[in-house]
Design a protein around this ligand. Structure first.
Ligand SMILES: [Zn+2]
Length: 192
């Protein structure tokens, strides 16, 4: 189970949930059953659902499908994600993950990213771009989603904007992992 439990007044967008379910491919039936078990019998685009229930279903799903599938599902998220027009390269794409993440969650009915002010509201952790240079970047994830899924998301965003997507590498930092009880995971991204 993910360690960083979301507060009870947070909701996740149906669109975000469905992008994961559809990305599950052959595991879609399992995913929908686990959603039902978690109290989400029917998920629709444009609707909002308790993040707590979604994370519960996702945790159960993670133990069912394995790390490789979680990674692959993560890599598919950026392929369909809508991105602001100022995303032009890998570094700006990696910096925008956190904005997209917060746009897909809301608290007490209010979006967790305010485009008018550019403000991100706290409460669900982050996909924080903590350092970047020529051909490399570091992200720290302390959100409730599974490590391998996040690793896939990071890889997918980098691959979408890298000159050669086959040369994108994401390695997990050796400073702890949420799978073994750490508060966050760090990922080192390299591309050419
Ligand atoms: Zn990890």
């Amino acid at each position: 189970m993910p360690r960083n439990e979301p507060p009870s007044d947070i909701e996740a967008s149906g669109d975000a949930i469905l992008s994961v379910v559809v990305g599950m491919g052959a595991f879609q039936t399992v995913a929908r059953r686990l959603l039902r078990d978690a109290g989400l019998p029917e998920v629709r685009a444009g609707e909002w659902y308790p993040m707590h229930s979604w994370i519960q279903a996702f945790g159960a799903l993670a133990t069912n499908v394995g790390e490789r599938t979680l990674f692959l599902v993560g890599t598919k998220i950026p392929e369909t994600a809508m991105l602001p027009p100022n995303i032009v390269d890998v570094a700006s794409a990696l910096g925008a993950i956190d904005v997209g993440y917060h746009m897909n969650h809301r608290r007490s009915g209010a979006p967790m990213f305010d485009p008018a002010t550019g403000t991100i509201r706290p409460g669900i952790g982050n996909y924080a771009l903590t350092a970047a240079g020529a051909g490399w970047a570091t992200l720290v994830c302390d959100n409730p989603y599974p490590c391998d899924f996040d690793c896939g998301i990071v890889h997918g965003f980098a691959a979408r904007f890298a000159p050669d997507r086959l040369l994108v590498r994401v390695t997990h930092g050796d400073d702890g992992c949420r799978k073994t009880g750490a508060q966050s995971c760090s990922y080192r991204v390299r591309w050419v």
